[in-house]
Design a protein around this ligand. Structure first.
Ligand code: DC
Length: 233
């Protein structure tokens, strides 16, 4: 059975990773969370004192890039790859609001993007991959057989993210999460290099009022159509 590439782009906290993991599991594909890679570099920059509320030394971060190794190691218990920064699992450490607060600025640096895009292209070289992010259908896999573009209202996204952070024990307010979501939307869509845009051939999915199961069923239907067409040719 031929394998395809599935690119999932969209705004922050639109549930891209949830559905991407479900699809990957269903099809036996590899799931890659490209945002985790930008987060890992951001974590490195915070830990090295390159980025803080008072200071963002972009030049220093670019100079450090050759010393930063970002990779994934499959966790059979979870069923997907966890992100490693210089050989250490940082899957949990990258999910804080502190990292979220800086990551869009780091992701706007062209040198950071070209380093990570090269790794991402390599990860998808054999197809059979579901990757989520902001530029997957436009830059990383412009020839992906299926491109999805996820949207939902900022309030809906903030309340989902707020619940996630509270459930894992973070002390945070809904307003702070909403502010972060809207700030990231702005930076992600206005940066010069590879801004978040819907690819011309992407299918838009507004999941504001969809359950996770409804969304999965809808997407699996789209995948069946793509695979069906592929087998006809
Ligand atoms: O998907 P996420 O929220 O974990 O992504 C974190 C940030 O990384 C997001 O604000 C934008 C950036 N990003 C990007 O620019 N390109 C990608 N392919 C993935 C994420």
């Amino acid at each position: 059975m031929s394998k395809i590439t599935i690119a999932i782009d969209g705004f922050s906290s639109t549930g891209k990773s949830t559905v991407a993991k479900q699809i990957a599991k269903h099809l036996g594909y590899v799931y890659v969370d490209s945002g985790a890679m930008y987060r890992a570099i951001t974590l490195y920059a915070i830990r090295e004192g390159i980025i803080s509320k008072a200071n963002f030394d972009e030049k220093a971060l670019v100079a450090h890039l050759t010393k930063i190794d970002v990779s994934f190691t499959f966790n059979s218990h979870l069923g997907y790859g966890e992100v490693y920064l210089n050989g250490i699992n940082v899957e949990q450490d990258i999910r804080t609001l502190e990292v979220s607060g800086f990551v869009s600025k780091v992701a706007a640096i062209s040198q950071v993007r070209s380093k990570l895009v090269a790794i991402q292209k390599q990860l998808g070289i054999h197809k059979g991959v579901v990757m989520d992010g902001r530029d997957i259908g436009t830059v990383v896999f412009p020839k992906a057989e299926l491109k999805l573009f996820m949207i939902a209202s900022a309030e809906k996204r903030a309340s989902r993210r707020f619940k996630e952070l509270i459930d894992r024990g973070d002390k945070i307010t809904y307003d702070a999460v909403l502010k972060n979501v809207t700030e990231r939307d702005y930076i992600d869509t206005h940066r010069e290099d590879s801004p978040l845009v819907k690819a011309a051939d992407a299918i838009e999915i507004d999941n504001s009022e969809m359950s996770i199961q409804e969304q999965l069923d809808h997407i699996l239907g789209l995948i069946d159509v793509v695979l069906g067409k592929l087998h006809e040719t």
